[in-house]
Design a protein around this ligand. Structure first.
Ligand SMILES: [Ca+2]
Length: 281
């Protein structure tokens, strides 16, 4: 009896998932092409996978790591299928401070670095370290200077070559915050050549920091920062429209060593997530 109910339940979920994916793909059939890049793949997530993947993304070359507001997920990069989750990753001591939101992720050396913040006053910005294999909390977390994160800490990006970690204010950011990866001590701030608004997440590739921004227009551009000079550039324009909410991004190298940008977006109905892969043209 239980087995029959379980099979029925799984079939219902699969059918519901197919219907939602069809609706979402119809919603997106007339989206304009990006400028400066082309789409090479798109993975869509609905239902429970939506809740696992609606904030942050990073990768280690084999797996994607996702965050929802209160969850972590791990997916095979070949299939995009989420196969491991942690539904309660925020440590108790941080919950006691009001921390209830996991944002952008970055991965380094078997550790997932997660930006975790409280609200609504944003008094306790944290970087929390998780075991990339198990998604469990490692017991290590670091509070960041609140005066540099007055609107919380929505994302972080690890620079594996320089052994650094970067953050910035969420919007109207005028400096890049630079921390040592080993103990998250603040090393310096780098002035930006132009302020950046509504930064949702980033990742390092080839010595540059790439950022997904949820601009309040139809462009939803990807920017780069030269982490030594603070020079800000537009890398490409995604043209997905303002009904989407841009979230975090991650980057991996293709077989030629060229970057593939994987940008996470919340769909127009806020019931689906897209992980869209772009190559520069
Ligand atoms: Ca990221």
């Amino acid at each position: 009896m239980y087995a029959k109910s379980y099979v029925f339940f799984k079939r219902c979920i699969a059918l519901l998932s197919m219907i939602m994916l069809l609706i979402v793909s119809l919603d997106e059939r007339n989206l304009p092409d990006p400028d400066g890049a082309r789409i090479i793949a798109k993975q869509r997530y609905v239902l429970e996978d939506y809740y696992m993947s609606n904030q942050g993304v990073t990768n280690d070359g084999t797996y994607y790591y996702f965050s929802g507001k209160k969850n972590l997920g791990k997916a095979d990069m070949r299939t995009g299928e989420i196969f491991r989750i942690n539904t309660s990753p925020i440590p108790k001591e941080l919950k006691a401070l009001g921390c209830d939101h996991i944002g952008g992720l970055s991965c380094y050396n078997g550790i997932v670095y997660a930006a975790v913040e409280d609200g609504p006053e944003y008094l306790h910005p944290y970087i929390v370290l998780y075991d990339a294999n198990t998604l469990e909390y490692t017991g290590k977390c670091y509070e960041l200077p609140q005066e540099l994160h007055t609107e919380g800490v929505p994302w972080c990006a690890v620079d594996a070559q320089q052994k650094l970690l970067y953050t910035a204010e969420w919007s109207n950011a005028t400096v890049l915050n630079v921390f040592a990866i080993d103990d998250l001590r603040l090393i310096k701030t780098v002035p930006l050549s132009a302020p950046i608004d509504r930064m949702q997440g980033g990742e390092m590739f080839g010595g540059k920091l790439y950022l997904s921004c949820d601009e309040e227009n139809d462009l939803k551009r990807v920017f780069s920062i030269d982490v030594r000079t603070g020079d800000v550039q537009v890398v490409f324009t995604r043209n997905i429209g303002r009904s989407f909410e841009a979230e975090d991004l991650t980057v991996y190298a293709d077989t030629d060593g060229e970057p593939v940008f994987c940008v996470l977006d919340r769909g127009a109905r806020r019931k689906s997530m897209n992980l869209t892969q772009y190559r520069l043209v």
